[in-house]
Structures are given as structure tokens and as C-alpha cells.
Design a protein around this ligand. Structure first.
Ligand SMILES: *[C@@H]1O[C@H](CO)[C@@H](O)[C@H](O)[C@H]1NC(C)=O
Ligand SMILES: *[C@@H]1O[C@H](CO)[C@@H](O)[C@H](O)[C@H]1NC(C)=O
Ligand SMILES: *[C@@H]1O[C@H](CO)[C@@H](O)[C@H](O)[C@H]1NC(C)=O
Ligand SMILES: *[C@@H]1O[C@H](CO)[C@@H](O)[C@H](O)[C@H]1NC(C)=O
Ligand SMILES: *[C@@H]1O[C@H](CO)[C@@H](O)[C@H](O)[C@H]1NC(C)=O
Ligand SMILES: *[C@@H]1O[C@H](CO)[C@@H](O)[C@H](O)[C@H]1NC(C)=O
Ligand SMILES: *[C@@H]1O[C@H](CO)[C@@H](O)[C@H](O)[C@H]1NC(C)=O
Ligand SMILES: *[C@@H]1O[C@H](CO)[C@@H](O)[C@H](O)[C@H]1NC(C)=O
Ligand SMILES: *[C@@H]1O[C@H](CO)[C@@H](O)[C@H](O)[C@H]1NC(C)=O
Ligand SMILES: *[C@@H]1O[C@H](CO)[C@@H](O)[C@H](O)[C@H]1NC(C)=O
Length: 758
């Protein structure tokens, strides 16, 4: 157990490099909002920024204020001690949110809470003094527990006043359990009346009708709004013995004692059992007709919602506030930065919004976050989602047809393992460690009939992509791909990826470089005025071959994580490429998934006029450092604003494209805090370094010898039936595959591996 340390305010103040609460510069016009009053919706910070710091802790409240719209409401769940002190703690059972067990061992008790017996620790049994050095925990297991190691103490309601008081509206008190405290001879009513005489309380919510009715005449709704909180429809309000489902049927009744309702978000946009959104209910318009405001609860960037949002939390907020039919009047969230962006920068952009950021948006296997990689569906959606450049990793079939597929191994993105071709599994260490069914083993006629399967790079975290379309779409030859791209005026180019060229030439007699040059020429891409063609490879010999034969833009991919590049390496890259692809960790390395620093790689390469494309920007929060608040828009914004990279490579081009049009770009020092880049290392510095994992050795720089390669071998002339020499027959099914050196550890693999090291 960690000894609590005195919390200094300055500790948490380190968090953002800019504390200036910029005026809301891009605030939309009132009339645009379909809220009850026409004002923008309210952001309600649930226990502060509880997505990062322990719920109800001082830094959680501070961070909420620092990263949100200026009129954020600060939510405190009130619990009462034996001596009638009001604490902010998320749960009536203190086991859930504190380390009380270590302070008072063997003191578990069982009490009835809303008719159910709950075993744990309750504030009614302790005085505030007894609880005053108990520290808070991060109650949600998927979140980092490192911030809590600083030892943040329990706050009384008045303790957060320094943070809340400068804010309007300020404080939102939630009284979840009046009946429980009444059983223990404590009066929430007296407490609430007395605290509201001492400080400004803007909202009081409760799921107990009896409680709100007992105070309704004591509050002026212009100063303090009372909000009735609905729980699950089958749950019962202990003060009326009615279920919330039945209370929902009479909103006129609710209006007699409250000016608004707070409902779980599924009351408004229900989600079916398969995880897809159903049409919205009429709740918001019904409540608005009854004169009630509607606040929606349960928003958190790191808790999976509907597949319709493609793991993009911003998309979900927009669904609630900018759907054409209605807007909710507020959202209760663990991550207040995201609704702040949504309301101020992203709502009401319309379909023809101006592009404000020109960073190139390059697809990763098309829109492969939503559809099987490199299918017509993935590509067409990438185009409609707003990608600038479509990528095609070229593979070659047995009969020499070039086509687009994310990997040379069909096992990665098709269901080939369940077909008659499953016995074509072999091991070719020069191409890939482990076993695979390689594209050059099947003819194109067989490959095009395979069923695509969606990539699930985060399945270890049980995050799966769009199950409804997981086997949809058709594969394309390179020439199909080029004719699909060619007609699209919104595209500025295509990125053709060439790997394994040496192996294919030497062992199989296939020239992938010639196949690509030929297809591009047949499609007219070598004519002036056509879209730009980028040729990408991790092998300089491939790019040199293209340099010799074509005028296409050449892109060198550094397939390892590096922090810098030796001058000689940069000079060498410049002789054959104009752009470089690096992975995210090369730019901002992480420790325990917190950003530690900004490396030299981007400034170094850009000083030599090389463009930098960074991969891979994914929506799933597990792919991002904690610093980005589980919000892919914050990650993209930070990379672009902080480093000035030239392109983002993403499997969710819709998120990047929406970003490029938001209203809060190019505002200079008027940029609101939620659209300022995160500074690498700021959050890390606030952590207790005694509990951090040991510092990692600094990443190596890229050296010239890693860049220089032998020239591509000549294309071998092989008899058609000959079997490649380097190939080894696959081991029997239950034997371990031979451990082999991993030549082609893709950056995605590096990237997933680094998350798994947490
Ligand atoms: C706290 O309570 C929530 C909701 O009941 C539950 O999901 C979570 O697992 C609990 N956390 C802990 C640390 O007990
Ligand atoms: C708590 O109870 C366990 C057995 O239930 C006992 O072994 C332990 O000594 C007790 N601890 C304290 C601090 O009383
Ligand atoms: C609710 O039901 C319980 C148990 O049946 C009963 O004791 C209580 O008086 C009822 N409360 C109200 C407000 O009807
Ligand atoms: C709804 O509540 C209002 C106000 O309390 C009441 O007058 C009305 O009778 C109720 N309607 C129904 C259907 O219960
Ligand atoms: C959610 O996605 C499913 C499947 O694509 C679609 O049928 C449904 O209409 C979508 N729901 C909404 C509300 O857009
Ligand atoms: C958007 O642009 C298209 C094509 O220029 C035009 O037809 C459409 O009316 C525009 N939509 C809006 C909402 O301005
Ligand atoms: C490309 O556009 C032309 C003219 O608009 C059309 O005739 C052709 O069918 C289109 N090709 C494809 C592959 O969509
Ligand atoms: C980069 O390009 C600019 C303008 O094209 C040129 O002035 C400068 O010398 C170049 N720098 C290097 C290091 O090549
Ligand atoms: C840990 O943090 C303290 C206080 O910020 C600092 O003085 C100390 O040097 C740090 N230790 C390490 C190993 O970084
Ligand atoms: C790059 O290609 C050359 C042939 O041009 C080959 O010898 C070398 O092994 C390749 N490098 C890698 C890392 O695959």
C-alpha cells in the first residue's frame, strides 16, 4: 500500500502545458441547437475526468476543468459520513473506490441498499476524520492505475470548491441514495439545503422521486435545477415502489418536481443484442414537449458502445447532439474533453464543410476498420469516408496476377483455412515467421473466390470490428483497383506497396516490380495530369528499381521503431525516396503506455525535405497512449499540431477526415484547450516514479547499413511446375512450428506487441 502524500495543487497543474482557458471561439450559434432552450448541450464531468484519474479525486476535477468547455458542470456523487460530512465518492460502497480495506481490515458489514444486501464498507460507519487519509482508487480495471499511486485523498464537497467556483454552471450534486441514508438516521435533505447555502449548486439529481419532491419548493429553478435520474427500466425507485419503466410513462408527473431528466443513453438510442444501433426513441422530443430537459448518462471513451460508431467516441456524441432530429441537453461523461470537442468544433459541420487541415489521409488497406481489408467495400468506403490516398499492398498469385491484399499470407485476411486449400500451409522463414498459406500458391481465379475476413488486430482485448460485415466484399486485381481509384475526383493519389520482391523474383520467377509498372501504365497512371502514384517499400532495392524505370513518388518505410536517423542514413534515403513512413512509437515512444518524449526522427527527416507519413491511426482506444484520453481525434490532433507530419495512415479514414474539417483548427492562441496538442511526457511526469516500470533503453537510431540493400536479383527463369527451393514442408499439425528469425515483423505487430507489454 502506498502512503498518502500531501497533494499539492501544482502537481496536477503540470498536466496541460496551457492552462489558459481560452474563450470559446468557435461556439456555434444558439439557434443551431435542437436542445430545449436552444443553448449548446451541457458537458457534465462525471467525478471529474474519471477516465484518467480516480473518480472524485482532486486532479480528476482539475483536469476536467482544464480540458473542457468553460461551462462544464462538475459532478459529485454525495455520500454522508457518520458526522454528516458530505463526501464526493462514486459509490455508496467505499470498497469500490477507495483503499479503505487497508486502513480498517476486517470491518466488512452488510446493509440493505434499495432492498438488496450489500457487503462492504459504508461512510455511515465512519467520521470524516477517520476517512481523512484513506486514498482513492481507479475503480475501472481497464484504466491505468498508475495515476492513483500518487495517493489522492477523499474530498469533501467543499474541498473541490477552488476548482468549481470559477466555473459556471459549476457544481452538479447527485444524491443516489436518500433512502439508504435515512435508514441510517442521516438526512440528505438537510445536507443539501445547508451546502447550497454555502456554495452555488447548479444541479441536483436523484433517482428517488421522494427526495426530489421533498426539496423542490426549496430551490429556485433559475439557480438550481432538479433532475430526476432514471435507472434501468426494471429497477424500482425505493421512494415510490414504481419501476423506472413505469415512471417514464408520465413525464408530466416528473415535471411537477424536476426541470430535467437524466437517462442511460440506451433510453434514447437503443442498441440491439448484436451491438448495432436501432432507430432512436421519441424520448427526447416527448420530454421537450413536457418542458423537461434531457441529459444522457454512461458516456465513456473506453467502454465499447455500438458498432455503428466504429470505436470513435466523437461519433457517438454527435449522434446524440447533431442528428438532425433533436439534441440532448447534456451528456454525463468520464471523458469530458470529447463532448467538448464535439459541441464546439465538430457539431453542425454539414456535409460540405471546408477542409482546414491538409495533412494527407492515407488509407490502411482501405477502410479496414469497418470492412475486410483491401476489398471493394473497404476501398469504396475509404473514398466516401474522405481518404486522400488509397493504398494497395500488391501480392502476386500463382499465375502472376498482381492484386491487392493486406498480407502475402492468405490466412491473415481470408477464410482460406476453412477451404480445400488449407493443406497448402507452409513455412517460409524468409517471408514470415510461422506458417502461412502464401498468395503465390493459388491462382487468381481461386483467390478471388475466397471469403474475405475482417482484420481484428485488437481481438486480444476482445475488441472486434463490425461483425455484420466481417466476411463481406470482393478482392480486386491491381488493375481493378486502379480503375476504381482513377474515376474518383476526391482522391489525390494511390499508394502501391511492394514487398518480398527479391524472393518472388529469385525463387518464383515473378517480377512484382514489372507487374506494377505494367498495370499502372495500362491504367494510364503514367500520363501527365493523372493522380499521384506513391510506391512504398521497406526495401531500398525495390525503390531504386522504380527510380530507374519510372517517375513515381517513392516512399521508404522504416519497419522498425527508431528514435533518430544517422546523417548518412538520411542522405542515403534521399537518393531514392521523397517520403518516409514511420510508426507512431518512433515519434512518441511510450512507457507503460504513457508518452515519454518527442524523438528526433520527424525534425531530422523533415530538415532534409523528406515528407513523413505515420502509421497506424486506429480508433480502438487500446491502440493509443493514455495521454490521448482514449479519443482518436486527440491523438491525430496531437501528431499533426505537435510534429507537423505530412500524412496519417489510418484504417478509419472517416475519423481523420472529420478531424481535417473541424472548426477549431488554425485558431492560433485562441485554440480551445480541448483542441490543443497533448505534450508528450506531461502526464508521465505527474506519476509517482517509484511505481513506474524501469526506464527502457533509448531506441536506436536508424543506420546507413540498415538502409542499403543489395540490388534486386534478376527474375529467375523457372520451369512452371518446379517447387521453390527455400520452401520447407510445414511441420505436422501438433508439432511446434520452428522458431525462425522474424525478418518481416510488420510495424503493426511491433505496435500491438508494445501494448501487450503493459
Ligand atoms: C465498482 O462498481 C462498478 C459498478 O457496480 C463495477 O462495474 C466495478 O467493477 C466496481 N469496481 C470495483 C473496483 O469494485
Ligand atoms: C482478519 O481476519 C482474519 C480471519 O478472518 C484473521 O486471520 C486476521 O488476523 C484478521 N486481521 C486483523 C487485522 O484483525
Ligand atoms: C414499498 O414497498 C415496501 C415493501 O413492500 C413497503 O415496506 C414500503 O412501505 C413501500 N413504500 C411505498 C412508498 O409504497
Ligand atoms: C400524470 O401525472 C399528472 C401530474 O401528476 C397527473 O395529473 C396525471 O393524472 C398523470 N397521468 C397518468 C396517466 O397517470
Ligand atoms: C447501425 O448499423 C446497422 C448495420 O450497418 C444499420 O443497419 C443501422 O441502420 C445503423 N443504425 C443507425 C441508427 O444508423
Ligand atoms: C454540397 O455540395 C454538393 C455538390 O457541390 C451540392 O449538391 C449540395 O447541395 C451541397 N450540400 C449542402 C448542404 O450545401
Ligand atoms: C469511370 O467514369 C466513366 C465516366 O464517368 C464511366 O463511364 C466509367 O464506367 C467509370 N468507371 C468505373 C470503373 O467506375
Ligand atoms: C529543402 O527544400 C527547400 C525548398 O525546396 C530548399 O531551399 C532547401 O535547401 C532544401 N533543404 C535540404 C536540406 O535539402
Ligand atoms: C522521481 O521524482 C522525484 C521528484 O519528482 C525526483 O526528485 C527524482 O529524481 C525522480 N527519480 C527518478 C529515478 O527519476
Ligand atoms: C532487400 O532486397 C535485397 C535484394 O534486392 C535482399 O537481398 C534483401 O534481403 C532484402 N532485404 C530485406 C530486409 O528483406
Amino acid at each position: 500500500m502506498w502512503k498518502p502524500r500531501a497533494l499539492s495543487v501544482t502537481l496536477a497543474l503540470l498536466l496541460l502545458h496551457s492552462l489558459s482557458l481560452a474563450p470559446v471561439s468557435a461556439q456555434s450559434k444558439r439557434s443551431e441547437w435542437k436542445t430545449l432552450t436552444g443553448s449548446p448541450p451541457l458537458v457534465i464531468a462525471h467525478g471529474g475526468f474519471s477516465g484518467i484519474f480516480p473518480d472524485s479525486s482532486y486532479p480528476a476535477y482539475l483536469l476536467a476543468v482544464q480540458t473542457s468547455v468553460p461551462d462544464v458542470a462538475i459532478w459529485c456523487d454525495v455520500q454522508l459520513t457518520k458526522d454528516e460530512v458530505g463526501l464526493c465518492l462514486p459509490d455508496v460502497n467505499l470498497l469500490n473506490s477507495t483503499y479503505i480495506l487497508s486502513y480498517f481490515p476486517n470491518k466488512t458489514v452488510s446493509y440493505l441498499v434499495n432492498g438488496e444486501s450489500v457487503a462492504g464498507y459504508f461512510s455511515v460507519d465512519y467520521t470524516f476524520k477517520e476517512l481523512s487519509d484513506v486514498i482513492l482508487t481507479q475503480g475501472v480495471f481497464t484504466r491505468s492505475n498508475l495515476p492513483e499511486n500518487n495517493g489522492y485523498l477523499i474530498n469533501r464537497v467543499e474541498d473541490i470548491l477552488p476548482i468549481v467556483a470559477p466555473q459556471t454552471p459549476g457544481l452538479w450534486l447527485n444524491i443516489q441514495h436518500d433512502a439508504f441514508y435515512t435508514q441510517h438516521k442521516l438526512s440528505m435533505r438537510s445536507y443539501v439545503l445547508s451546502i447550497s447555502r454555502k456554495l452555488r449548486v447548479s444541479y441536483i439529481s436523484s433517482p428517488e422521486v421522494g427526495f426530489l419532491r421533498s426539496i423542490t419548493t426549496r430551490f429556485n429553478p433559475k439557480i438550481t435545477k432538479l433532475v430526476f435520474r432514471f435507472l434501468d427500466q426494471g429497477d424500482t425507485d425505493p421512494s415510490t415502489n414504481q419501476t423506472y419503466g413505469s415512471l417514464l410513462k408520465n413525464l408530466t408527473f416528473i415535471k411537477t418536481f424536476a426541470s430535467g431528466i437524466l437517462v442511460p443513453k440506451g433510453y434514447i438510442w437503443p442498441i440491439d443484442a448484436a451491438g448495432y444501433l436501432q432507430p432512436h426513441t421519441t424520448l427526447v422530443s416527448d420530454a421537450h414537449k413536457a418542458g423537461l430537459e434531457v441529459y444522457a448518462s454512461d458516456f465513456a471513451n473506453d467502454i465499447v458502445s455500438s458498432f455503428n460508431y466504429s470505436y470513435d467516441p466523437l461519433a457517438e456524441y454527435l449522434q446524440f447532439i447533431d442528428n438532425g432530429d433533436f439534441s440532448v441537453d447534456g451528456v454525463l461523461t468520464d471523458f469530458p474533453i470529447t463532448p467538448s470537442e464535439a459541441i464546439d468544433c465538430f457539431a453542425h459541420l454539414g456535409t460540405n464543410a471546408t477542409r482546414r487541415d491538409k495533412t494527407l489521409i492515407i488509407s490502411k488497406f482501405g477502410a479496414s476498420g469497418d470492412y475486410p481489408a483491401c476489398t471493394d467495400l473497404a476501398y469504396n468506403n475509404a473514398i466516401s469516408d474522405g481518404a486522400d490516398v488509397l493504398d494497395c499492398p500488391v501480392q502476386i498469385s500463382k499465375d502472376g496476377i498482381p492484386f491487392c491484399l493486406s498480407s502475402i499470407d492468405l490466412l491473415d485476411s481470408t477464410t482460406v483455412a476453412q477451404t480445400r486449400f488449407s493443406d497448402l500451409v507452409t513455412s517460409i522463414p524468409k517471408i514470415k515467421s510461422g506458417r502461412g498459406i502464401f498468395t503465390f500458391k493459388l491462382t487468381w481465379a481461386d483467390i478471388k473466390d475466397l471469403t474475405p475476413s475482417i482484420l481484428n488486430p485488437f481481438s486480444k482485448f476482445t475488441l472486434f470490428r463490425n461483425p455484420k460485415s466481417k466476411n463481406a466484399g470482393n478482392f480486386l486485381t491491381l488493375s481493378d483497383f486502379l480503375s476504381l481509384s482513377k474515376n474518383q475526383t476526391s482522391l489525390s493519389g494511390v499508394l502501391i506497396i511492394v514487398e518480398n520482391a527479391a524472393y518472388l523474383a529469385e525463387k518464383l520467377g515473378l517480377s512484382v516490380t514489372d507487374a506494377v509498372i505494367d498495370a499502372l501504365s495500362k491504367a494510364g497512371y503514367d500520363k501527365p495530369g493523372s493522380q499521384k502514384v506513391y510506391i512504398q517499400s521497406t526495401n531500398s532495392s525495390v525503390l531504386l528499381k522504380f527510380k530507374e524505370k519510372t517517375k513515381y513518388e517513392l516512399v521508404y518505410k522504416i519497419d522498425e521503431t527508431v528514435s533518430d536517423a544517422a546523417n548518412a542514413a538520411v542522405e542515403d534515403i534521399k537518393t531514392f525516396a521523397s517520403s518516409v513512413v514511420v510508426n507512431k512509437d518512433s515519434v512518441f515512444p511510450r512507457s507503460a503506455s504513457f508518452l515519454t518524449t518527442f524523438t528526433k526522427i520527424v525534425p531530422k527527416l523533415q530538415a532534409s525535405n523528406l515528407s513523413i507519413f505515420v502509421e497506424t491511426f486506429s480508433n480502438e482506444f487500446v491502440s493509443q497512449a493514455w495521454d490521448y484520453f482514449s479519443d482518436p481525434t486527440v491523438e491525430i490532433n496531437s501528431f499533426i499540431q505537435e510534429t507537423g507530419i505530412n500524412g496519417v495512415i489510418t484504417d478509419f479514414p472517416k475519423t481523420a477526415s472529420r478531424y481535417s474539417k473541424n472548426k477549431c483548427l488554425n485558431l492560433g492562441d485562441k485554440t480551445p484547450p480541448y483542441m490543443q496538442p497533448v505534450k508528450a511526457g506531461d502526464l508521465y511526469k505527474t506519476l509517482d516514479n517509484r511505481t513506474l516500470p524501469p526506464a527502457q533503453a533509448p531506441l536506436p537510431p536508424l543506420t546507413k547499413s540498415e538502409v542499403v540493400e543489395a540490388p534486386l536479383p534478376a527474375v529467375a527463369k523457372l520451369a512452371p511446375a518446379s517447387s521453390p527451393a527455400a520452401e520447407t514442408k510445414s511441420p505436422p499439425k501438433n508439432a511446434q512450428p520452428k522458431v525462425s528469425v522474424c525478418f518481416f515483423l510488420s510495424s503493426l505487430a511491433v505496435f500491438v506487441a508494445s501494448i501487450l507489454l503493459l
